[in-house]
Design a protein around this ligand. Structure first.
Ligand SMILES: Cc1ncc(COP(=O)(O)O)c(C=O)c1O
Length: 380
């Protein structure tokens, strides 16, 4: 992991997003757009750092949203296409969904029937889609598998109502998680077998997210071939809506050692927390990389790193270092842009990390710092 800024020069803790690395990812995606004519949307659930939306909007076609708040954010801060999908929409949100979205994807034909008249009465031209569940995915962990048994996501072939497609412009599937384009290729085959007959009548097919397009070993050419195959065979506009891949390996979390102690092994307490600042470390779970640190016992000094909350399991992991850790030392965690800022919380009254952009032209820019008012305003 390369850290090309001075960790001591940013507030601690901070998420530091590197603009040059973000541009590098966006260029890969632009290449896919240029080679296929597909449209790529930022899945805001994965990355909603809206101060860089104008930059992202120079490369991508818009955003996808999980509901009214994300739809509004994308509409106001990027101002390009706004797609919205939710497992179910509520009556009271739907006028705002109509206001901010230009594409709405319904999770069931019942939801489509329920909201169809409101969509059609809208003065805006809003394209509608149905999320399908092809009952095929290659994800082994149920927590992240939208096609696991009894999944609530999408209409299966058995429940697909081809007599209710009037007014429907497209289909949407999301069945992948951090996967390569060979998985997509196999998924598309199943989608074709089950839903291919309907595709010919429609304008678009959305391939969802979970495409790890910007990972080093990702087969971009196969993605391009798959998109072009679908586009040519069915004459549809293809959409992709990656979240993670947009911000993959573009961000860091800078933290400080607050104290060290020994209880069976050396322990360091940091000013950052898995539970509040990087919840996927506990939820996925996974072990984030730290610049200059090794696996336990790989280097001379091994520590268990823990957060400042009361949660006993707020442990980031065991890491080894060349030198003993001491209060004031900075640690830099890698790949901390996606699914961090969007999932963090103030449990225990732990303050949120600052949001920092390492810009190409001016270097470090502190975009936002948080404090008591942010903590208080989400409570009452
Ligand atoms: C419907 C939908 N689209 C897009 C995404 C983005 O996925 P990723 O961030 O893995 O690319 C998700 C993630 O859960 C999703 O549920």
């Amino acid at each position: 992991m390369k850290v090309n800024f001075n960790p001591a020069a940013v507030p601690s803790p901070s998420y530091v997003v590197d603009e040059a690395l973000l541009i590098k990812n966006l260029e890969v995606m632009k290449h896919v757009i240029d080679q296929t004519g597909c449209k790529i949307l930022l899945a805001q659930k994965g990355f909603s750092m809206f101060s860089v939306y104008p930059l992202i909007g120079q490369y991508l076609d818009g955003v996808t949203s999980s509901g009214v708040l994300e739809a509004r954010l994308g509409y106001e801060e990027m101002g390009k296409e706004v797609h919205t999908y939710a497992p179910a929409f509520s009556d009271h949100d739907f006028d705002a969904i109509l206001k901010y979205s230009d594409h709405i994807v319904f999770n069931s034909f019942r939801q489509w029937e329920k909201f169809r008249d409101r969509v059609q009465a809208s003065p805006k031209n809003i394209e509608c889609g149905i999320r399908i569940n092809p009952e095929y995915s290659e994800i082994e962990v149920d927590m992240y598998n939208p096609c696991f048994a009894y999944s609530r996501f999408g209409v299966t072939k058995q429940h697909f109502k081809d007599d209710q497609l009037e007014g429907i412009d497209g289909l949407h599937f999301h069945t992948m998680c951090e996967q390569n384009s060979d998985t997509l290729e196999r998924t598309v085959k199943v989608v074709e077998e089950k839903f291919g007959d309907y595709l010919k009548e429609l304008k678009w097919l959305n391939f969802g997210g979970g495409h790890h397009i910007t990972r080093e070993d990702y087969d971009v050419d196969r993605l391009i071939r798959t998109i072009n195959y679908v586009k040519e065979k069915y004459d549809v506009q293809v959409y992709l809506e990656p979240g993670e891949a947009v911000a993959l390996n573009t961000g860091f979390l800078v933290a400080t050692v607050l104290d060290t102690l020994v209880n069976g092994m050396p322990i360091a307490i940091l000013d950052t927390s898995a539970s509040t600042h990087m919840p996927d470390v506990l939820e996925m779970p996974y072990r984030p990389e730290i610049a200059g640190a090794g696996k336990p016992n790989e280097k001379a000094h091994t520590y268990r790193l823990g957060g400042p909350t009361c949660l006993a399991g707020d442990v980031i992991g065991d890491y080894s270092f060349d030198q003993p850790l001491k209060p004031g030392d900075k640690l830099v965690f890698g790949d901390m842009a996606h699914y961090t800022m969007v999932k963090n919380n103030t449990f225990n009254g732990i303050n949120l990390p600052s949001i920092v952009l390492n810009t190409v032209e001016e270097g470090i820019k502190v975009i936002k710092q948080f404090g008591y008012e942010d903590f208080k305003n989400r409570l009452s």
